[in-house]
Design a binder for this molecule. Structure first.
Ligand SMILES: Cc1ncc(COP(=O)(O)O)c(C=O)c1O
Ligand SMILES: [Zn+2]
Length: 404
């Protein structure tokens, strides 16, 4: 395992590779550091291609050892072309990264797999998290697969589909009176009291690294080329920031040339990171009120880093109107056959805004991350169908069809 320490992103103080969420000197976030000389000598396109069909083919670039027996391994999800939508949007190529193909139908299986591995290394037998929905399902399923306990904290008004999609795996579910940010604060406090692996608190440094695998896979699946732009939804900002880091690492290792511009999306009802980008300011927390529940984090831990990543890559962060989210979900489904969740409606909105602003040109090759499944958030599109009522009678049906 090439990770050598945890290092503070703010003050660069080094910490051991244990379950510490924040810097003991300045409370900044901690990132694993690696022995890059050793990695340059060992990691090649061929060494990666010889690995398993999952995120564990990139284990050298992750802060944990690959499991001996990988149960329900996430990753290597399909990257599929979407030519009809590309043409409608007026861009050269559009590819959809279908992270709905992960075991619990969201990209959260990637981050949880890495955090759970660390929990096992540290001998922690309960996995926990605060969640806007998808993470709860990913934690609960991972615990079930590994024979661990799971305890998850979610806002009490979560979508029923998301609750059921987590509850089925048998975790203890705590429905917190309040928003995600209340769940988050509670789990931070509890992490000091309980010997649990809180994947997005005391294991956050390991957890977040799992999102780098999206960048690695996109480059590999494009034949070790990077796209011109990637569209990504933003809640805490960790996914956005770590995808940027993943592409930068591939470039530093000489595995690809160049890095893409990253375009982030937030919903109008919860846009602290988009506001900070627009106003060239630091993130100011908000109280969320959005139908994109999975992105409803009012106090985003990695928000400022997401803003920095957007600027550093030549991208941007856009706000998407609440009433566009459902129509974007339907637009994506009708032009590509892919039913993404509300977060994907936001991501497509951000892509449209970037094209309209001339930030993505007509020949660009673009990847859109489909990070979650529409079947868990059908609400915004549930009034878009109008079935034709008929009798079970062929003659009547044919008359009806011939007249219409
Ligand atoms: C489907 C989906 N996409 C994107 C995100 C955003 O991830 P992050 O909090 O790392 O910004 C989430 C977070 O819950 C999510 O559930
Ligand atoms: Zn620090």
């Amino acid at each position: 395992m090439p990770a050598v320490s945890l290092c503070c992103r703010i003050c660069a103080t080094e910490h051991p590779l244990d379950a510490t969420g924040t810097c003991s000197r300045c409370f900044g976030p901690l990132d694993p550091t690696y022995d890059w000389d050793a990695l340059r000598a060992r990691v090649s396109r061929a060494s990666i291609e010889a690995g398993p069909q999952s995120i564990w083919r990139y284990a050298d670039l992750l802060p944990v050892a690959a499991p001996e027996v990988a149960r329900l391994a996430p990753g290597m999800t399909p990257l599929v072309p979407a030519p009809r939508l590309a043409e409608e949007l007026g861009i050269g190529e559009l590819w959809l990264k279908l992270d709905t193909a992960n075991p619990t139908h969201s990209f959260k299986d990637r981050v949880v797999a890495v955090a759970a591995r660390k929990a096992q290394e540290l001998g922690l037998d309960t996995l926990s998290c605060s969640s806007t929905g998808n993470l709860a399902g990913a934690v609960a399923a991972r615990a079930a697969a590994e024979g661990m306990e799971a305890a998850v904290f979610v806002p009490s008004d979560l979508e029923p589909e998301k609750l059921a999609a987590a509850a089925v795996y048998g975790p203890r579910i705590y429905a917190v009176a309040g928003t995600y940010d209340h769940c988050s604060r509670l789990s931070v406090e509890l992490s000091f009291e309980l010997p649990w692996g809180f994947v997005n608190v005391n294991l956050r440094s390991y957890y977040a690294e799992g999102s780098k695998t999206l960048a690695y896979e996109i480059a590999e699946q494009l034949g070790w080329e990077t796209p011109d732009a990637v569209a990504i939804p933003i809640a805490s900002g960790a996914l956005f920031h770590k995808v940027g880091q993943g592409f930068a690492e591939l470039s530093a290792l000489g595995l690809v040339d160049g890095t893409p511009a990253l375009f982030g999306g937030q919903a109008a009802g919860c846009e602290p990171v988009a506001t900070a980008f627009r106003e060239n300011a630091r993130v100011v927390p908000v109280r969320p009120s959005s139908i994109a529940r999975s992105l409803a984090i009012g106090n985003p831990a990695d928000g400022d880093f997401a803003v920095t990543t957007a600027r550093a890559t030549g991208g941007a962060i856009h706000t998407v109107a609440e009433d566009e989210i459902g129509s974007n979900m339907a637009h994506l489904a009708a032009t590509t056959g892919v039913f993404g969740e509300t977060a994907t409606g936001v991501t497509l909105g951000a892509l449209k805004a970037a094209v309209a602003a001339g930030q993505i040109g007509p020949r660009a090759r673009v990847v859109l991350l489909v990070t979650g499944d529409g079947l868990k958030t059908p609400g915004p599109v549930s009034d878009t169908y109008d079935p034709i009522m008929i009798e079970a009678d062929a003659d009547a049906f044919l008359d009806e069809v011939l007249i219409a």
